[in-house]
Ligand binder design. Structure first.
Ligand SMILES: [Zn+2]
Length: 128
């Protein structure tokens, strides 16, 4: 591993932690409303670097809702589609996904800079 890819891996991990904390900072599960065992749940899989820390691409779910939706992807898609701002986000992501994309070498470092400027999530109300 080269020195620069090692730094990128560190930035990716830090971006993950920063993003997850930001998503969970809403303080409740956006499906059921509980404040316990909160997790960052991605709409488009986090295996795609392009969407991994995109604020449009995640919701805060409790572990129970997250696991249930992971096992029931059609119900998850239907739930996302039933919430206006999430449906709009998902439509935008799917359109952008049609465009060619190559991960820039400094992707995670620039994501970290973007994450540092995200607004607080505590003004958002439960979505059901
Ligand atoms: Zn829940």
């Amino acid at each position: 591993m080269t020195r620069s890819s090692s730094r990128a891996a560190g930035a990716k991990g830090k971006a993950d932690r920063t993003f997850s904390a930001w998503v969970r900072s809403i303080g409740f599960c956006e499906r059921c409303g509980t404040g316990r065992n909160l997790q960052c749940a991605h709409i488009r899989s986090r295996r795609f670097s392009r969407w991994r820390v995109d604020p449009r691409n995640a919701v805060c779910l409790c572990a129970g809702c997250h696991h249930w939706f992971t096992d029931h992807p059609i119900e998850f898609a239907s739930w996302v589609d039933s919430i206006d701002h999430l449906a709009d986000n998902y439509a935008g992501i799917m359109l952008e996904d049609l465009e060619q994309w190559k991960q820039p070498a400094d992707w995670w470092e620039t994501r970290l800079e973007t994450l540092d400027r995200l607004p607080a999530r505590n003004a958002i109300r439960p979505a059901r």
